[in-house]
Design a protein around this ligand. Structure first.
Ligand SMILES: [Zn+2]
Length: 960
């Protein structure tokens, strides 16, 4: 089968019929969007997942009768493309080779790549072609890039609006920073897409004859328990001038301080060992605090010097032991004598942690050396327990009796007031590398523009929006709440890159995670720009205010931007029709940024009726079980894969291996399996004709009931966006039913089932159509249809009344055939004659009563027997008490659904069904005659006295 030919054939047809172009009409709408791509490379299989899920979702809703808009734009904004252009200009061979060999970019195009827009334009077209080749049902009339003039006017409107609402503020806040580019960095700017994460240390300054010995700590409250200071004797420190003070700190610390708005001047190098044994003065009292050597102190952490709180810090406790025992060779004999009287000072009381918490835990964990990695765990354990449950002891003076979690900030303030504190910000997930290769730092960015995501009212509104919104899968919902809670001010301007200038400060550009949060609204406008019905350069804030809010006089605005009032009103009408966004699709990595910002900015800028309705999040794609990455060399560009395997096999392989949040796996075996399955469905379908369906036999009623079941199950899975489950139902779950049906009809030598098979396949193909649109159209055409499958109605119902009796009939027949096969397997005889005995009438009555008991929760055999004896119709149970136990077991072995089904339907006439339906099957399977008797039949053939063991749904079987 040539998949590429089928792909092209149907893509051409869809495009000729403008199948995916959506305007407003009278139908109910669904506005489905997905995070637009950043065109700095071609898309690979991994990108394909999010877009394929979005396409399946759109196609499904379209078949459900909605007027579905699925548009696409291209995100040019940001620094990565700029960085690449610079590298091309500098003739970076690694990058250029990558373009040539991995991305197959023609050489004459690479030459143009020194100009950033040329890179974006090239990959934009590449990605767009890939999306068309994957069969995505996108309305391309609405396409735009984020550097189009109309888009820039839109972003200016957004920014002015946010500033008016005081949500963009000027201030000084820490940001992740690339020292080379002199630009703030966020996830999109870093190698490996890591969001720089940082933490705040408090620096406490001890005094050494006028020189400051700064220690960095996450636990400033433990100052009350300080016994000494640790310095690493192996490290070369620097003497630096920090503003007006002289400090001793590690070189790394000096560099970090420079980015925190401090004036730093390096005076010279000093050895850590020079300070061992010297005495400093504590800032909070006049105690003398000695400096001691410790190897666990690292120069890249904090200031490279720490204060020692041995009662509460396991590292400190162990290092102090190492000093006192003489194990630490940097200590002179004199000093060794002096430090013997240093004892831990307990200043936090925590239930369950003992008098000296660090001592207890170090002993419990069997730690005997300061370089033992277990000290990390010990530290975490004490820290968290003391933070939440610890009470400050009497020696903490004014803070005594307070909880740590409450007093922490007060203590920080107090140390600051006695002019002995400072702040040090440090990355926690180092190293974070900028895409330019430089290592990122934390910078205190002053007088800069920040989105005030720390604003409580704003957060509250966003929480409200999330509460009302669908989140698929729902298990990811708490992550959004957490992100909202920890979000703080976020720099929204950059010095370099492509994008829109900050409207009131043209030196700066709007950052890429700030200009991509409400662009779904722009898809309404871009259609008119592309049709040249409005001029992007003419758009004004009043225009956007009217389209989005209905503010001001349309005639006046229309006049100003040189369009008719009617056209302007049409745009407004279209916005009101399509908004709000009904589903926003994105990868999981965008949960902590884009998806949350999308909600924040919508609740800030739009009235509640236009807030987003749904977010759908998916995991990533593995390649043969491994993470995909350029360095692993296992990236398959999407277009290359389409040429090799065809669009539909790729779509299904990505979708069938995992539900939304799990990682999907792409491998050659899986894609071959899918191809074979689709090809065999194609083969099966070419053989059947759309014949009229004659009067229905029991097996027809059954298979059509099962088809209805399938349709209900698939629809339910689709509504929950459980696409893996839906696909399994469509592709595989129905096969065993179909086999049984073919066996039944073959044994009855029927020739009139083509109409039924046609109905079955037609419905299955329609269900397959959102997933595998090309092959579905091809088969649909083979099945004799003239209308497109994608334009047909979703088969929520297959137009057949569900027939519970037929389910019981086929279940009975299947279980008898299973029983016969089992007997033959055990006895290994080749059958000459098969006799079946159906249960007596009173047993049916008894069965019903037992079933009712079980459904009511009564499974006590004695109690059931008692109630049956009390009933005249079933009193015969006295002679056969074993029947109850066996029947209860029969019932319990079935699903609740089947039990309830049996309760609701009149019992089938087993004798009649077996006589009429099973004879042909037995003849067909074993080539022997079948005799059927009722247990009560006085004339019956029953040489082995089997008949009396018959139970309802479990007839007795004699094989000779
Ligand atoms: Zn950089």
């Amino acid at each position: 089968m040539d998949w590429n030919i089928i792909d092209k054939k149907w893509q051409k047809k869809w495009s000729e019929t403008n199948d995916h172009e959506t305007d407003y009409n009278d139908k109910e709408k669904k506005f489905i969007t997905v995070a637009y791509p950043y065109p700095n490379s071609p898309q690979h299989i991994g990108h394909g997942r999010t877009y394929t899920i979005t396409d399946v979702h759109s196609r499904y809703l379209r078949m459900k009768g909605f007027n579905v808009l699925f548009p696409m734009g291209f995100h040019y904004t940001g620094t990565p493309i700029l960085g690449m252009a610079k590298r091309v200009e500098a003739n970076d061979t690694e990058l250029i080779e990558g373009f040539k060999t991995l991305y197959k970019v023609p050489e004459d195009r690479i030459k143009e790549f020194a100009e950033p827009v040329k890179i974006a334009d090239y990959f934009h077209e590449e990605i767009k072609s890939g999306m068309i080749e994957m069969g995505y049902s996108i309305d391309w009339r609405r396409e735009f890039t984020t550097i189009d003039p109309a888009y820039q006017k839109f972003i200016e409107w957004q920014f002015r609006n946010l500033k008016e609402k005081n949500l963009i503020v000027q201030g000084s806040h820490p940001v992740g920073w690339c020292p080379k580019d002199q630009n703030p960095v966020s996830q999109h700017d870093t190698l490996g897409d890591v969001e720089p994460d940082f933490t705040e240390y408090v620096i406490i300054k001890f005094d050494l004859n006028g020189v400051k010995i700064p220690v960095a700590t996450l636990r400033p409250e433990t100052l009350f328990g300080v016994t000494n200071i640790w310095i690493n004797p192996q490290v070369t420190y620097q003497k630096i001038k920090v503003n007006d003070e002289i400090w001793i700190a590690s070189p790394e610390c000096a560099r970090k301080l420079e980015f925190l708005e401090k004036k730093i001047e390096v005076i010279g190098d000093v050895n850590g060992s020079d300070f061992v044994g010297q005495s400093t003065k504590a800032p909070h009292n006049d105690d003398s605090i000695v400096i001691l050597p410790a190897s666990f102190v690292k120069s890249d952490n904090g200031t490279g010097i720490v204060m020692s709180v041995p009662a509460h810090a396991p590292f400190d406790y162990q290092a102090l032991l190492d000093c006192k025992s003489g194990k630490n060779k940097s200590i002179t004999n004199d000093l060794l004598k002096n430090i013997q009287n240093i004892e831990p000072i307990t200043m936090i009381k925590t239930e369950g942690l003992g008098d000296i918490p660090a001592k207890d835990i170090v002993e419990r964990m069997g730690i005997s050396d300061q370089d033992d990695p277990k000290l990390e765990d010990a530290t975490k354990e004490i820290y968290s327990k003391e933070f939440y449950e610890g009470i400050l002891a009497d020696n903490t003076k004014q803070f005594a009796g307070k909880k740590i979690s409450e007093a922490k900030d007060e203590i920080k303030e107090w140390i600051t007031e006695i002019e002995s504190a400072d702040i040090l910000l440090e990355l926690t997930n180092t190293p974070v590398k900028c895409r330019c290769g430089a290592e990122c730092v934390v910078k205190l960015l002053s007088n800069q523009w920040f989105l005030d995501y720390s604003n409580k009212d704003w957060k509250d509104k966003a929480h409200t929006c999330f509460e009302k919104m669908n989140v698929f899968p729902n298990e990811i919902r708490p992550e959004f709440d957490q992100v909202l809670d920890w979000l703080r001010e976020r720099a929204c301007a950059r010095q370099h890159g492509l994008g829109t200038k900050v409207p009131w400060d043209k030196e700066w550009l709007v950052e890429s995670l700030a200009d991509s949060v409400i662009y779904m609204a722009f898809y309404i406008i871009s259609k008119y720009v592309n049709k040249k019905e409005i001029d992007g350069n003419e758009l004004t804030d009043e225009f956007f205010d009217y389209v989005f809010y209905g503010k001001n006089d349309p005639a006046e605005i229309a006049n100003k931007i040189k369009i008719t009032k009617e056209k302007l009103e049409e745009i407004r009408k279209e916005f009101l029709y399509f908004y709000p966004v009904d589903a926003r699709h994105s990868g999981r990595d965008l949960v902590p940024n884009h998806l949350t910002f999308f909600v924040l900015n919508h609740v800030a800028l739009f009235p509640e009726e236009n807030w987003p309705q749904e977010i759908v999040v998916n995991g990533s794609v593995l390649m043969g079980g491994k993470k995909m990455s350029k360095s692993m060399g296992n990236i398959i560009p999407l277009r290359e894969a389409v040429r090799k395997y065809g669009a539909d096999p790729i779509r299904l392989t990505i979708l069938i291996s995992a539900e939304l949040l799990q990682d999907a796996d792409f491998n050659v075996d899986a894609i071959n399996g899918i191809k074979n399955k689709l090809e065999s469905m194609y083969e099966d379908c070419t053989k059947i004709k759309a014949e009229e369906i004659s009067e229905l036999e029991p097996e027809d009623k059954w298979i059509l009931s099962m088809l209805q079941n399938l349709a209900s199950n698939v629809s339910e899975s689709m509504d929950k966006i459980r696409l893996r489950e839906a696909l399994h139902h469509i592709l595989y779950d129905f096969d065993s039913e179909l086999q049984w049906y073919l066996k039944r009809t073959k044994s009855k030598q029927r020739t009139n089932i083509s109409g039924i098979l046609h109905k079955i396949f037609s419905n299955r193909i329609l269900m397959l159509s959102p997933f595998a649109p090309h092959i579905a159209e091809e088969i649909w055409e083979k099945l004799g249809n003239t209308e497109l499958a994608s334009k047909s109605a979703w088969p929520s119902s297959v137009g057949i009344e569900f027939d519970p009796t037929s389910i019981q009939t086929e279940t009975l027949l299947k279980s008898i055939i299973d029983d016969i096969n089992n007997i033959l397997k055990v006895t290994k005889i080749s059958p000459k004659k098969i006799t079946i005995y159906t249960a007596d009438k009173w047993k049916s009555k008894a069965y019903s009563l037992i079933l009712k008991n079980v459904l009511d929760g009564e499974t006590n055999i004695g109690a059931i027997i008692k109630s049956l004896i009390a009933n005249k119709e079933t009193e015969q149970i006295k002679k056969d008490p074993d029947f109850v136990k066996k029947t209860v077991n029969d019932i319990l072995s079935e699903s609740l659904e089947i039990r309830k089904g049996k309760m609701n339907v009149e019992q089938i006439d087993e004798n009649k069904i077996i006589s009429s339906e099973l004879t042909s099957l037995v003849k067909n399977d074993y080539n022997v005659e079948l005799s059927v008797f009722s247990e009560s039949d006085s004339e019956k053939y029953d040489p082995k006295n089997k008949a009396k063991t018959a139970r309802p749904f479990k007839p007795a079987i004699l094989i000779e």
